[in-house]
Design a protein. Sequence first.
Length: 249
Amino acid sequence: MPNRIVLTRIQAALRDAIRADAERVGPFLVRFDAHSDHLFLNYAVPDDDVTVTPAEVEALVTAFRERSRTPRLEYLRPAPLVDGVLAAAGFTVDQLLPMMVVDVLTAPPLPEGLVLEAVTSDADLLAVSVVQNTAFGVGGTAGEEDVARQRGLLRDNGVIVLARLDGEPVGAGAYTAPRHNLSQVAGIAVLPSFRGRGIASAVCADLTARVFDAGCTPFLETEPDDKVTRLYGPLGYRTIGESASITLK
């Protein structure tokens, strides 16, 4: 299947993933987190193939400002119908992240003592949140709000995996509910003191296998760094485009 078609399907899946909790602001679907102003938890996704006007962008910015949130969008490029008007409004690119898919998984050997489990209990979801918050540098101590956020993913038919090394929680990740025969592998995290042991590869491979078992194609986005070739490439992932993250400071 041509990369452009896959990217269009991924964009539709990403939009559908937030639809239940999102608000409509003109040609944008917007997710506002009720508990956190963290950039990655608050963002808008434009509709496909729409010409966005300056007035619609202004209304979007107002919606973010009224909630004390930084105006931010996530979408796949190229998107010429929205890129220009957003740039004219002062939005700048924070990140262009490689978007990757996998056709055949090459799973690595499991590190000795590592156990991977799909989890659902509050205690395990809290452990997942601690790992992810620590790994991603999210401020504050993980608590009930984090567990509630994880439960939202489970209610939406996503899956959350916790990795324990000799019984100690050290890694985590998830995949989103299947949509358009696609599922996003995301939130892969390893505590800093346990990195370099193959745990991230094991978590990603486990999630990828679970998505395939569900009859879907896995995809992910990652930083434009050596993870593309060091972590995901060896598992069989390949780059098909870019995901843009843009904000108005």
